[in-house]
Write a protein that binds this ligand. Structure first.
Ligand SMILES: Cc1cc2nc3c(=O)[nH]c(=O)nc-3n(C[C@H](O)[C@H](O)[C@H](O)COP(=O)(O)O)c2cc1C
Length: 210
C-alpha cells in the first residue's frame, strides 16, 4: 500500500517494448498463458463495451473463447442488448484485468458474426445444461420471475432430452482489433503502457504515458 494515500501500489513487474512480441495477438496469447498459469480466476473473462444507436455505451463481461490472427472470439445471444448494439454499431472494446498480475489489456475494433458452422461447432461442444440455458433464456429481456426461466428450460429439456440444436439467435462474434494496449502497473503511478495500432495492415508499437 502507498502509505500516505492509503492506495494500492503496483510492484509486480515492468513492461519494456522488447518484452512484447511484434505481433500483438501473439503477445496477448503470451499474457493469457501467464494469467492461466498464475491461477487467476476466469483469466479469459473480459469486459465488452458496445455503443447503441444513440451513442450510449454499455459494458458487461463475456468469456474469450478463441483468439487467432483474425481476432478475439466470444459467444452470446444475437438478440440481447449487446447483440442489438452490435447490429447498429459494430465497433466495440474489450478489456481484461488480471489483478494478481497487475496487468490490463484493452482491444478495440470492429465486430462481425462468426459463420453458422463455427457457431454450431462451439454450441455442440458445450455441456447440455449450458446449451439448454442459452437456448431457452431470452437474454436481456424482462421476465416475470425466476420460475418462468426454470419453466422455459424444463420445456426445452423435454423437447430435446439429449442434444439441443443451436437456435439461430445465438452464436459467435469476433472482434477484429485495430488497437491493442498492454498495461503493467508500476510503483508511484508511473505505469507502463505499450500500445499497438494497425496502420496499413502493419502493427505499430508505441509507448503511452500513464
Ligand atoms: C465472468 C463472466 C463471464 C460471462 N460470459 C458471458 C459470455 O461469454 N456470453 C454472454 O452472453 N454472457 C456472458 N456473461 C453474462 C454477461 O455479463 C451479461 O450479463 C449478458 O451477456 C447480458 O448482457 P446484455 O444484456 O448487455 O446483452 C458473463 C458474465 C460474467 C460475470
Amino acid at each position: 500500500m502507498d502509505s500516505e494515500l492509503g492506495r494500492y501500489d503496483y510492484r509486480k513487474g515492468e513492461l519494456l517494448e522488447e518484452d512484447l512480441q511484434s505481433d500483438p495477438i501473439q503477445a496477448l496469447k503470451d499474457w493469457l498463458e501467464v494469467a492461466q498459469a498464475a491461477s487467476v480466476i476466469e483469466p479469459m473473462a473480459m469486459c465488452l463495451s458496445t455503443v447503441n444507436s444513440e451513442g450510449r455505451p454499455s459494458s458487461r463481461m463475456v468469456l474469450l473463447r478463441g483468439i487467432d490472427e483474425l481476432g478475439l472470439r466470444f459467444f452470446s445471444n444475437y438478440e440481447s442488448r449487446k447483440g442489438h448494439d452490435l447490429a447498429v454499431n459494430p465497433y466495440a472494446a474489450l478489456n481484461f484485468w488480471w489483478s494478481t498480475l497487475e496487468r490490463q489489456v484493452r482491444a478495440e475494433g470492429r465486430v462481425q458474426r462468426l459463420s453458422d458452422s463455427e457457431s454450431d461447432a462451439y454450441f455442440t461442444s458445450r455441456p447440455y445444461e449450458s446449451q439448454l440455458a442459452s437456448a431457452a433464456s431470452p437474454q436481456s429481456q424482462v421476465v416475470p420471475e425466476r420460475e418462468y426461466l426454470d419453466r422455459l428450460v424444463d420445456e426445452l429439456g423435454s423437447r430435446y432430452p439429449t442434444d439441443v440444436p443451436r437456435p439461430s439467435h445465438w452464436g459467435g462474434y469476433v472482434l477484429v482489433p485495430d488497437r491493442i494496449e498492454f498495461w503493467q502497473g508500476r510503483p508511484a503511478r508511473l505505469h507502463d503502457r505499450i500500445e499497438f495500432v494497425l496502420q496499413d495492415k502493419v502493427w505499430r508499437k508505441q509507448r503511452l504515458a500513464p
